[in-house]
Design a protein around this ligand. Structure first.
Ligand code: COA
Length: 261
């Protein structure tokens, strides 16, 4: 049992909620610790095909790192907190399964950083994004200066981090940070609809696509395509390839039930 998060399961979809609604789900050391443990649990369970991350309540996804906690830190402790947060987000990013951020409200500072470590973001119309650390006299510490520029370009990342302004879900969509925006009451249903589509696909193919896009992004095109060809071959090692190709030729819906070898 966790205190600051909730980990639920709907068939082969895991749902992880940050659960400190009174502090707008701000991330403190305990949240980092418990999310690490939950991600290890998810990583160990090959039956889970998709992870959805969201925040408890209807006001916040995550309103940032916990400011009350940060106010107690000296520079050495601040570095350790930053590294722990960064490692947590690397752990999310390197989960082999797809991860959707379902941003149900404020996603500021660590909230935007957490969402960016997921594979893509769906947001409620009421969600707000931003890197407001500069307003506290500090800077983003959970990868914000790095992932934001990679996602939306250097100039936009600089404007957001240097001004500390909040942007709306629609603005976040326009700059390519968010994939889709929904009315607040429809967000979770729409997120789960996509999660179910992902969960209906083959495990080997889901993982191979995520791996190819992530690992291929930072290498040159030729090396990326080499990785793709190797992963293409791996996909052919799964019974799902036989099932998917024959289902098409037999004009029926495929059933992807292949396990990881
Ligand atoms: N860390 C710790 N506590 C936080 C928090 C954070 N990042 N964000 C909000 N809270 C707490 C508030 O202190 C308040 O606690 P209280 O009820 O004990 O006073 C509670 O959550 C509700 O927040 P409040 O500010 O009263 O709500 P609001 O609707 O007026 O404003 C925000 C919402 C998100 C705009 C505002 O809370 C805010 O600016 N939060 C900080 C965002 C930030 O700078 N994040 C980056 C941190 S590096």
């Amino acid at each position: 049992m966790y205190e600051t998060i909730v980990l639920d399961r709907m068939e082969n979809i895991a749902l992880l909620k940050i659960n400190r609604p009174k502090a707008l789900n701000a991330i403190n050391q305990k949240v980092v610790e418990e999310m690490n443990a939950a991600l290890d649990e998810i990583g160990r369970d090959p039956s889970i095909k998709v992870l959805v991350i969201t925040g408890e309540g209807d006001k916040a996804f995550v309103a940032g790192a916990d400011i009350a906690y940060m106010a107690t830190l000296n520079p050495i402790q601040a570095r350790a907190f930053s590294r722990a947060g960064q490692e947590l987000l690397f752990k999310i990013e390197s989960l082999p399964i797809p991860v959707i951020a379902s941003v149900n409200g404020y996603a500021l500072g660590g909230g935007t950083e957490l969402a960016m470590a997921c594979d893509f973001i769906y947001a409620a119309e009421t969600a707000r994004f931003g890197q407001p650390e500069i307003n506290l006299g500090i800077i983003p510490g959970f990868g914000g200066t790095q992932r934001l520029s990679r996602l939306v370009g250097k100039a936009m990342a600089k404007e957001l981090c240097l001004t500390g302004v909040q942007i709306t879900a629609q603005e976040a969509k326009e700059i390519g940070l968010v994939n889709k925006v929904f009315p607040k009451e429809k967000l979770m249903d729409e997120t789960l609809k996509t999660a179910k589509i992902l969960a209906s696909k083959g495990k080997v193919a889901l993982r191979a696509i995520k791996r190819c896009i992530d690992r291929g992004f930072d290498v040159d095109l030729r090396d990326g395509c080499y990785l793709e060809a190797e992963s293409f071959a791996t996909a052919f090692s799964s019974p799902d390839a036989k099932e998917g190709l024959s289902a098409f030729l037999e004009k029926r819906q495929p059933k992807f039930e292949g396990e990881l070898q």
